[in-house]
Write a protein that binds this ligand. Structure first.
Ligand code: UDP
Ligand code: MG
Length: 317
């Protein structure tokens, strides 16, 4: 029999959180009172995480796991989980208990009311560094202004999705997967539940600054063409300034002899300014072209080293 509820949890070096995660997830699964599956996706962990997943699978048949052949990153780990999931309502959450499992019954409630996507929106973050809070604040608002779909602010990947939505996500071939954006893009009735994001239960943050920047750039580039247009705007602006300057210089030449403003500094500033604009524009172009290149290569999204617990799975990517 297929499970009704599925949970997907990406795991990267989470040995310290796994026991507590399992304890709290089991409590929630019991409370739901329906067949469930807990899909743990090991994203190339270097600690004992995989070993612990094997042990959990041995003692609890609800636990299935996938193990990617190396670290592919959080979004791809979740995608792998989505490819294997069998339930009717699918919940994605983090392993470090920053997405409290106790919120799941609320999400299920909303799902039963007919919402096909229920995302968790943070109203507060506890004990995260001001820098992360600040950059996240700015980024989500920037994304909201620029993106061509309405992506709600302050929502991560913690959400419940209906089978229909997950099937659509699975049929999307793109490899730069910004899941919270794709989830909004799909449409259907969506709603929020609100929570205060607790600090990490244990262990180190796995989203390093570099990974966070890359996720943010991915989100912007995947859902907005505004950055591309930006260089056109700046170019037009620079052209307007150039015309104004030409007129000014002509004016000075004729009416103000020995004007200091036609000198060397002005030329240097202009050269640097235009050089910078051009380099930034090429960089932005590069972001888009690099993604085209990635898509065109058509490599699989991930490679699997180990799969357990999916005996009666019909369609497997
Ligand atoms: N994660 C992953 N692969 C990675 C980085 C992170 O699967 O390369 C997982 C990690 O184990 C956790 C979730 O993604 O379950 C969120 O990571 P983290 O808590 O470090 O990020 P943050 O809470 O700061 O967004
Ligand atoms: Mg976390």
């Amino acid at each position: 029999m297929n499970p009704k509820y599925s949970f997907i949890i990406p795991i990267y070096n989470e040995e310290k959180s796994i026991p507590e995660l399992y304890r709290r997830m089991s409590a929630v699964m019991e409370q739901l009172n329906a067949p469930t599956e807990l899909i743990l996706v090991n994203d190339g962990s270097r600690d004992r995480s995989l070993q612990m997943l094997r042990e959990l699978h041995e003692k609890d048949p609800r636990v299935c796991y996938l193990s990617l052949a190396r670290n592919f990153g959080h979004q791809i780990a979740v995608t792998a989980g989505l490819n294997f999931v069998r339930g009717e309502a699918i919940v994605i959450l983090d392993a470090d208990l920053q997405d409290p499992p106790e919120l799941i019954p609320d999400m299920v409630d909303k799902w039963q009311q007919g919402y096909q996507v229920v995302y968790a929106q943070r109203i507060k973050r506890h004990k995260e560094r001001w820098f992360k809070r600040f950059t996240a604040y700015v980024f989500y608002r920037l994304l909201k202004r620029l993106a061509n779909v309405e992506i709600p602010t302050d929502t991560g990947d913690f959400c419940l999705m209906d089978r229909q939505v997950v099937d659509i996500l699975n049929s999307m071939p793109e490899r730069n997967r910004y899941i919270r954006g794709l989830r909004s893009w799909v449409g259907f009735p969506q709603t929020a539940v609100y929570f205060e994001r607790p600090p990490r239960f244990a262990g180190e943050v796995q989203y390093t600054f570099r990974k966070s920047v890359s996720l943010a750039v991915n989100g912007l580039v995947s859902f907005s063409k505004v950055p591309l247009r930006l260089s056109t705007y700046v170019g037009l602006f620079a052209a307007a300034i150039a015309v104004a300057m030409a007129i000014l210089v002509l004016y000075w030449r004729i009416f103000v002899p020995n004007s200091p403003l036609t000198g060397f500094t002005l030329i240097l500033v202009a050269i640097f300014f235009l050089g910078a604009v051009q380099l930034v524009s090429i960089g932005i172009l590069g972001e888009y072209i690099g993604r085209i290149y990635e898509e065109v290569k058509g490599r699989p999204l991930y490679t699997l080293a180990e799969v357990a617990g999916f005996k009666n799975v019909a369609s497997r990517k």
